[in-house]
Design a protein around this ligand. Structure first.
Ligand SMILES: C[S@@+](CC[C@H](N)C(=O)[O-])C[C@H]1O[C@@H](n2cnc3c(N)ncnc32)[C@H](O)[C@@H]1O
Length: 261
């Protein structure tokens, strides 16, 4: 892993946590790399959400926080020319192994979404599934996404619903305590979230109004906001997520925005 001096503490903390967690993401990578696109903790099929353009032929795509890289593999199979960026070497090692085993190959770059090593106006499509969308500071990565996208390009990101964050207990003695049907923390002012059972890690969530303000301030128009619960009969490997709860309230959200031409 690269030098951590000189980078903000939250970036170093999250990268260290992901170095450890990467092993748990190998099996899902093996499942997702070769499979049809499905989204998030409930595995919602792409045909139900329509988050990916059907035809990306010749389109330059960037995945912000690509992790094990399966979303970029889906983009490449639709004709796109993806580049994956992620700060965590162990995640990129899995991505490279999957490229060799299943393919296709595409560039993988070690770096943070808050500071993209690309020129202005060079991508046609940007996406993040629980990468930058959850782990990078939106007040830093959204302006960077806007900078590297061409006018008229689309940004799609998928993360935890802000509501589920408000209703999830923060109990270090029982990290599997499921979501409750009451609000457990403030909504107003929501930005950085730290959980007692995950010391050193920082997640980022915003109230919806703040997401809209931030996206618009950076030149995006919001095209869609999908608030997603659990489809009937769905299961998940994430113990905090309660399928019963998620019949009534959203556990995840997907934003689709387009940079003004
Ligand atoms: C759950 S994974 C999501 C990626 C992919 N969908 C997957 O499941 O492998 C979260 C990823 O966010 C990455 N990440 C953490 N901090 C980041 C940052 N500041 N910028 C971009 N990615 C970051 C982590 O390294 C990790 O690989």
């Amino acid at each position: 892993m690269g030098n951590t001096s000189g980078i903000p503490e939250y970036l170093a903390g999250n990268r260290a946590a992901w170095q450890e967690a990467a092993a748990e993401y190998v099996a899902p990578a093996e499942q997702n790399w070769g499979g049809e696109p499905t989204w998030g903790i409930w595995g919602i099929p792409e045909q139900d959400l329509r988050l990916l353009p059907d035809d990306l032929t010749g389109q330059r795509c960037i995945e912000l926080g690509c992790g094990t890289g399966y979303v970029s593999a889906w983009l490449a199979r639709r004709g796109g020319e993806p580049v994956g960026i992620d700060p965590t070497p162990n995640q990129l090692t899995t991505a490279r192994r999957m490229q060799h085993r299943i393919g296709p190959e595409y560039p993988l770059i070690e770096g943070f979404a808050e500071c993209l090593p690309f020129p202005d106006d060079c991508f046609d499509f940007a996406i993040s599934e629980y990468g930058a969308a959850l782990w990078a500071d939106p007040y830093r990565w959204i302006p960077e996404a806007a900078r590297v996208l061409k006018p008229g390009a689309q940004l799609v990101f998928y993360t935890n619903a802000s509501l589920v964050v408000l209703c999830t207990p923060d109990d270090p003695d029982d990290e599997e305590r499921p979501t409750e049907d009451r609000l457990l923390r403030p909504y107003l002012g929501m930005h950085r979230t730290q959980w007692k059972d995950s010391p050193g890690q920082t997640e980022f969530h915003l109230p919806h109004g703040k997401w809209i303000e931030l996206l618009r301030d950076n030149g995006f128009e919001v095209e869609r906001l999908l608030e997603l619960g659990a489809p009937p009969g769905a299961t998940t490997r994430y113990p905090w997520a309660d399928a019963q709860w998620a019949q009534s309230w959203p556990t995840e959200e997907a934003w689709v925005a387009r940079l003004r031409a």
